[in-house]
Each structure stands twice: as C-alpha cells, then as structure tokens.
Design a binder for this molecule. Structure first.
Ligand code: CMP
Length: 226
C-alpha cells in the first residue's frame, strides 16, 4: 500500500487531492498497540486525533460502580479523539485496542490548521459526527424503549454498519465481539445475549458459526427491530 493510501479511505480525508494527503502523512506519526492496550482514557486531556490504519478499538465509558458501557467499536479508516480536540474539554470516553492496532496520530494544532486550510475536511467531519449522533440516538431509543430482542438487534445492526461486509442482501460480521462486550454494548447481561442470539438463529434471522455472525436478510432484520 502506498504510504498515503490509508488516508484516502478515511471519511474526513477521502475527497482531498494526493498532494494534500502526502502533506498530512508527513505531519502525523504512527504508533502500534497490542491487544487490550489503553490508547486514551476518559477524563484525561486530549492532544491528538487518531486514525486507525489497521486494527480495531472499543470506545467505552465506566459507571461509578465499575460497569462498562461500550459506545461503539471502530476499525480500519475510522478516526477518534476529535471531541477533546474540538471543544478543549477532557476525553469523553476510554479507547482500548481489541487486537493489534496501528494508529496514525495528528497533533491538535496540526489538525486545527488542516481544518482551517481545507474547509472540505470540516464539512466531512460534520457529516461523520452527524452519522455518529444518529447512531447514538438510535441507541438511546433502543436502551430506553426496547425489550431484550430489540436491544440485541440494535447492537448487531450497529456492528453490521461499523464492521460488517455486505454480500447479496446478507451482512457478515467476521469477528463478533465477546458476549460480555456485546452485553456491555446492549445494556443487558451475557446470558441474555447468548439466549437472544440463539433465538434469532432458531428463527432463521441469523447464522452463527464460532465468532462469525451472518444476518441472512439485512433489510428484513432492520425492518423488524428499528
Ligand atoms: P474524545 O472525547 O477526544 O476521546 C474519546 C473518543 O471516543 C471521542 O473523542 C470520540 O472520538 C470517540 N467517541 C465518543 N463517543 C462516541 C460515540 N458515541 N460514537 C463514536 N465515537 C465516540
């Protein structure tokens, strides 16, 4: 892969000409993380924006009694860390690698200069943040209004959007997070996740094989629960 190619897949940079991508590549640095490394922590101050070159991370918050709520899982070409950079407040969540992960870091000043020099990055950033707000709204609805099936389905649909591969109306999620992580995303228990996934499989809505999950008719599944 050319050294700038990964940047052309990042939604906020994808419309930029090659020479701008080369400039961005030069002002950033790369850093590798092992599985389960804490990349940044809730409440600390933020000095950089991160782009995932390869790998997967979870974005989570902890309740006072130590329970974890996973807000989202991000993978190749996603970015994070923009919130503390933009509003100057502390990090809104803790980000931890779920597997070996390579990140590209842009320091706050460099990123802010890019936003001023290339307004198209700001527009793309607004679009991406809007997408995240819609996903968060969907989750609030699921957590407050839905029964267990609705909560689990919402999480599966979110994962399908984030890390799924679409093929002829089916969506395949290659590496489903651990059941405890799914429970922390859905605000329910590990037992409920297990029971509900098996009930979906029995009804012919999904296929489960090891850590692989396939939604057999994505549109139908979405229509049933959203
Ligand atoms: P920041 O607050 O700087 O550090 C934690 C990061 O997690 C945050 O920026 C966002 O990039 C990311 N993040 C927080 N909440 C969400 C969410 N609901 N969906 C996607 N990403 C999020």
């Amino acid at each position: 892969m050319a050294s700038t190619e990964f940047l052309s897949f990042v939604p906020i940079f994808s419309e930029l000409p090659n020479e701008t991508l080369e400039k961005i590549e030069k002002i950033g640095t790369r850093k590798s993380y092992k599985k389960n490394d804490v990349i940044l922590m809730e409440e600390e101050s933020g000095t950089a924006l991160f782009v995932i070159v390869t790998g997967k991370v979870k974005v989570a918050r902890c309740s006072n009694d130590g329970r974890e709520v996973i807000l989202t899982i991000l993978s190749d070409s996603d970015f994070f860390g923009e919130m503390a950079i933009l509003d100057g407040l502390t990090r809104s969540a803790t980000v931890t690698s779920l597997e070996g992960t390579e990140l590209f870091l842009l320091q706050r000043n460099d990123f802010m200069n890019l936003l001023h020099e290339h307004p198209e990055i700001s527009v793309a950033l607004l679009q991406e943040l809007t997408k995240r707000l819609r996903a968060a709204d969907m989750k609030i609805k699921a957590l407050s209004l839905k029964d267990a099936e609705g909560k689990v389905a919402t999480v599966i649909l979110q994962l399908a959007d984030d890390i799924g591969k679409i093929k002829q109306g089916k969506v395949e999620i290659d590496k489903l997070p651990l059941q405890q992580d799914l429970a922390n995303m859905a605000g329910t228990s590990r037992e409920t996740i297990s029971r509900t996934l098996h009930s979906f499989a029995k009804k012919g809505l999904v296929e489960l094989e090891g850590s692989k999950l396939k939604i057999l008719d994505y549109e139908k599944f979405k229509g049933m629960f959203i």
